[in-house]
Design a protein around this ligand. Sequence first.
Ligand code: SF4
Ligand code: SF4
Length: 417
Amino acid sequence: MDPQMQQDLLKLFRSKLDRNMRLYLETCTRCGVCTEACHVYASLGQTRYLAAYRHELVRRIYKKYFKTRGKWWPSLGEAKELSAGALDELKEAAYSCTGCRRCMVYCPFGIDTQMILSIAKLLLIGAHTEPEILTMLADMSVAKGESLELFKESYKTGMKNLEAEVLKKWKSEAGRTAIPIDVPGADLLYVALAGAHSIVPAAAVFNAAKENWTQSFFEAVNFGAFVGDPLKTKLIMDRIVNEAKRLQVKEICICECGTAFRIMKQWAAKQPFKVSSITEVQARYLREGRIQLDHKTINGPVTYHDPCQIARNGGVIDEPRAILRQLANDFREMAPEPQYNWFCGGGGGLVALGEENLDFRMKSSRVKADQIKATGAKVLVTACENCHSQLNHLNDHYKLGVEVKFLSSLVADALVP
Ligand code: SF4
Ligand code: SF4
C-alpha cells in the first residue's frame, strides 16, 4: 500500500479511538462465549464469521500501530500490517456483519463488535473500497437534503394523491387534510420511508387518534449509517433534527425502519424533543384509549419478528406484543426470547446491496428461517422495512408458507371508526 494512503488511513483509525473503543479493543479474552452468537457463523459454520474473529482483524492493526509491544515485537503482539490484503479481510468482515449486536449480549464484557467494525468501515471508505452502491445512495440522500426547495411542491402533490387512501383506512372525516405537511407547532413529526405503505397506514392511525401531527419532507432511511460514514450519517440526520426544531415539535416518530430509529434515538438524546418508533406511538394510543381496534382480526397462528435495532438495540419489546395481543387470537413467541432473537440477516445495508448478495443473505440466515418455522405461524409480523424485505425473501427461499405483514398496517386495517 502507498505509504501516504497508509498514513491517511491510520489517521482515520486514530480518530475512532475514544475511551470506549480502546476498552473494546483491549478487553477480549477469546473466551469463546460468543462463538454461536452470530447468525452468519451459526448458519454457515465458517470461522471468518465468528464475532471474535471479525474484531480480531481490527485489533491486530490496532496492536501494530497503537501499542508499544506490537510496534517493536509484532510477532509477539500478534500485530498486523495495514495492507491491501488486510483491507480485503476487513471488507469481508465488516459488510457481512449486520450490526445486530447479538454477540454483544452474549459477551461477558459487552464488547460491541459492530462498534469495532465501524473502524473497518471507515478505513474502507478512506481507501474507496466500500460497497459503491451504499455510498451512491448516501450521496443521493445528502444531495436531496441540500435541494429541498426543488422538490417540496412535487412532494406535497404526491401526498395529496395519497389522501383518498388514508381516508379509506381512517374511515372518517372526509374533507380534512389527511396528510398534513410542514405544520409549525405540531406535536409530532412523522418521518416515513418512500412509498405509500410507509405513509398511508401511519397517517390513518394518527388521524384516528386525533394527533396534532405533521409529515416530514425527508425520508427516514440513513444510507450514511449503512455504509458506515459518520459524516454523511450526521448530514442525513441533521436535516430531520433541524426540521423538528424549525417546526418546534415535541416528538419525532420514526416509521418502521430499525436503523433510522436507533441512530435518531441515540443522536437526538439531548434534543428538545423525544424520539419514538411508530410501534411505541401506536401502543400508546391503544393504552390511552385514543384508538380502538377490531379485536382478533388475525385468525390462525401469528408470530412477531423483533427487528434488532428496535428491540435488542432500541428497547421496544413490550409494545408490539401489546398490540398483537389485541389483534391475534393465537400469538406465538419465537424462541429464544427477544433479547436473543436471531437477526433476520438483511440489515446493516445488506438488503440495499440487492441481488449481488442475495445468495449470501439466504444462506447466512438459515437459523432465522428455522426459528420462524418452529413457531408454526402462518402470519409473520414485523416493524422494519429491511426485515420485511429479508423475511419475504426467506419465506420464498425456505418455503416457510407465511404471510409477512407490517405491524402498523395491521393496526390501520383494524381501526374502528
Ligand atoms: S453484530 Fe451481529 S452480525 Fe455482527 S458479528 Fe455480532 S452477531 Fe454477527
Ligand atoms: S465473548 Fe467477548 S471476550 Fe469472549 S471471545 Fe467473544 S468478544 Fe471476546
